[in-house]
Design a protein around this ligand. Structure first.
Ligand code: FE2
Length: 376
């Protein structure tokens, strides 16, 4: 077992050329945004925030914006077949298109990253309405995924210019989700170091943790992972690549079904994982389950914890400890028909790591599902 904790990169004390203030929003391209919005409201407790569509002057696409505390999701569908959004859904199924990052200066973020080799997705442009101005710019990352830089200090509107407030009567309650903890990308064979280099050189991130295939392998399938973090630690992007095992890696199954590289999971934080997961299960969110034997070993492995182990076992919540504390986490099944994107619910109690001690139990649970799909 070898986990490599990296020292701070040389020059880490220098001025951050791409200061980020966190995830601004995550946009999904989906086949039916109206129904997807209903799912994220009903099942996950997201609140209706904003809308853009034909009624607001958007003739070729519809977007619903949902929010829960600091997490903003945008669900977008094409209204016509001859559109990049429709092509994206055709190739990938429902999936993440945009990981948008909050910046103070979107034009500078674009200049800094494209000067370091990023491929431009959107040249800086300022959008105005009577609520102020937002400047957006964007670059490509792995697969068809993009990063948008969002500068919104001069804007007081509901979301972005072009959007109106969405105030339907149907308003399920929140579920305790607070903010995005990390977003994981799956990349192709031998692609991990290319994308680690991209985040280091183009975006000024550093590699804070690495897991090799000895850490992350079961009897059958394997993967490797490196965790990339921006300077202030607000944005963390682990990057996975498949590794050779006796059978097909879960990352390879993702690549086959997504039709290439893309976002594998979005981890969202809660302050009370037992209450949040209990609510999500009641609302219909499906989670991966580990065998009960996992909980027999738990106390010995992680020591004393505040939570009642019986409650964790009932819900299937996993626990891991590192030098700084512990964390609780659980993973949903994929949230679309293709076995691609899923969510992680995480509660950190000091630990800043990613649950390495759970990888084996977790991956065996993923493989049981993979075998049921005939892909192992
Ligand atoms: Fe994760």
């Amino acid at each position: 077992m070898q986990t490599i904790q990296q020292p701070a990169a040389a020059g880490a004390g220098n001025k951050d050329f791409l200061p980020l203030y966190g995830t601004d929003y995550i946009e999904f391209y989906v086949g039916n945004a109206k129904q997807a919005a209903h799912y994220y409201k009903t099942a996950f407790g997201f609140q209706s925030l904003a809308y853009a569509g034909p009624e607001t002057g958007s003739k070729d696409k519809v977007s619903y914006v949902l929010r829960q505390q600091k997490i903003t999701l945008v669900l977008t569908t094409a209204l016509r077949p001859d559109s990049e959004i429709a092509n994206h859904v055709h190739r990938h199924g429902d999936g993440v298109k945009v990981l948008a990052l909050r910046v103070a200066d979107a034009a500078d973020a674009w200049r800094q990253t494209t000067a370091r080799g990023a491929q431009s997705f959107l040249e800086p442009a300022t959008h105005k309405d009577d609520q102020g101005a937002v400047t957006l710019s964007g670059i490509h990352t792995y697969g068809d995924t993009v990063h948008l830089f969002v500068e919104r200090e001069q804007y007081s509107g509901v979301f972005l210019p072009g959007f109106v407030k969405w105030e339907p009567e149907y308003r399920p309650s929140e579920s305790g989700l607070l903010h995005v903890d990390h977003c994981v990308g799956n990349v192709g064979w031998n692609g991990m170091n290319t994308w680690v280099g991209f985040y280091e050189n183009v975006m000024g991130f550093r590699n804070i943790l690495s897991f090799d295939d000895n850490d992350i392998s079961t009897e059958y399938s394997a993967l490797m992972s490196k965790v990339m973090s921006n300077g202030n630690g607000y944005v963390k992007f682990p990057i996975n690549e498949p590794a050779e095992g006796k059978k097909k890696s879960q990352v390879e199954e993702y690549l086959d079904y997504y039709g290439g590289e893309g976002v594998q999971h979005i981890a969202v934080a809660t302050k009370d994982i037992i209450s949040t997961v209990r609510q999500l299960q009641r609302r219909g969110v499906e989670f991966l389950k580990v065998p009960h034997a996992y909980y027999d070993e738990l106390k010995k492995r992680v020591g004393a914890i505040d939570e009642d182990i019986d409650a964790l076992a009932e819900l299937g919540i996993l626990v891991d400890r590192d030098e700084e504390g512990y964390l609780l986490q659980i993973f949903t099944k994929p949230v679309e028909d293709r076995p691609t994107l899923f969510f992680e619910i995480i509660q950190r109690k000091g630990a800043q790591s990613f649950g390495k001690g759970n990888f084996k139990a977790l991956f065996e649970a993923i493989e049981r599902e993979q075998a049921l799909r005939g892909n192992l």
